[in-house]
Structures are given as C-alpha cells and as structure tokens.
Design a protein around this ligand. Sequence first.
Ligand code: PEP
Length: 258
Amino acid sequence: QFVRRPLIAGNWKMNMDHMQAVALVQKLAWTLDDAGHDYDRVQVSVFPPFTDLRGVQTLVAGDRLRIDYGAQDLSDKDSGAYTGDISGRFLQRLGCTQVLIGHSERREVHGESDGLLNAKIRAALAHELVPVLCVGEGLQVRNAGEHVSHTLAQLDGALEGLSAEELAELVVAYEPVWAIGTGEVAGPEDAQEMASAIRAHLAQRYSEEFAAGVRVLYGGSVKSSNVAAILRGADVDGALVGGASLEAEEFAKIATFE
Ligand code: PEP
C-alpha cells in the first residue's frame, strides 16, 4: 500500500570496525532471510564507516546479498590534495549506491554549510550515488515553532541550482536534531507534518510529479516498537536509523515493520 518503495537505512555512525561490520551485515542478511524479507517491497541499506566499505562490498558481492550500502559522507572534490577526504568516485568503485549528505552531526561537528552540501550532492550525482539528504531542526527552533521554515530553508540551500532531472532519485531524511540519539521520538504526526511539508515544497520548487517520486524518511530514535506508527504517515517513506541499526535482530525487525 506504499506509493513509493520504502527505505529502511541504518546509519552506523563511528561504530563497528571492519571485522564487526562484516559480522553485522552477515547476521542482518541471515535474519532478514529467515524473516522472508521482500527486498522488492522494502529496500534495506546500511551506512558503515569508510574503513568498513571494502569488507561489506566483498560480502555483499560474494554472497549476492540484496542489502544496499553507502557512506556517511563524501568529499565535494573528485581527487587531489585533500588530505583525509574520500571522493564519490572511490565510493562508486566500492559498490556504494547511496550516500548520506548533511547529517546533523556533520553540520554541527564539522560546520558543513548549505553551500558545501550542495557541492556534495553534485559530487554524489556525478558518481551515480543516490544522495540521502538529511535536514531537520534543533530544539530551540522547534520550541520557537519555526521547524517547518527552518527545515525547508535547509532543503532549498542544499538543492540550489539542481534540476528535477538531476535529482530524480533524491531521498530526503527528516531528522529533528532533538530526537537523534536522545530516546525522544517525534510523534508520528510530527514526522508526517514535516514529510508532507517537504513534499509540498518540492512540488512547488519542481513539480507535483517530481515530488510524488521523492522518498522522505524520518529519523530520530526509531526502534522496532515505534516504526510501524511512524510509517503510517502517508508521506513517510521509511526511516533512517542510528543506534537501533547496530543490532541485527532489532534492525531486521524495523525493516519488516514488525
Ligand atoms: C541518526 O543518526 O541518523 C539517527 C536517527 O540516530 P538515532 O536513531 O540513534 O536517533
């Protein structure tokens, strides 16, 4: 009954070394198989640290797993004298199909601006990586009642100058910062309110047709116990999961919305 194929995405953040990563993906794949997971109905992706990607690629390719994977960030540059950075080209060659862009921890800890995120989206698209653009407000903004305008401004900043054709596969993850890793979950109504506002805004910016194809995820303390209610929102097309994606059984339950 979903209009768009739901996406359940696991953001591992800076957790799991390369050996733990392989074990976690293996266990996740078994658990999903045991549960008879239908990947055509619900897409499952993981976003491990960069150093895990080679191991995950080997496992996924070798065992023909249907789990998708991507990185938590990328450089806006392609190659060159950018010590410590990782380019979209490298990610593409490692079989990544998606990439997180503008996670609130990148915005906060690394001061990533809308302009930089715009360049990162362009870099992702240049290497056929689906950008999963994270937006969302902090507690102060929420308390001031400015969460919708704040989040839509982030969206506009990151999408500046990009066309509907370029963004055809865009995924937007609405993650209220006050609900990330705090155990505070925005209510299903809050998730739907923002997902619908994002879609309406994209319809205005581009077209109804474009907006109808964009997947909008909710993220912020999603667990197997609250995912079903959140996904009932007509405009909520999946979840970006942090803490609860580090445990295979729990993440598999989220992916099957049990
Ligand atoms: C996240 O980091 O994207 C996130 C949603 O984290 P958590 O699920 O732990 O709140």
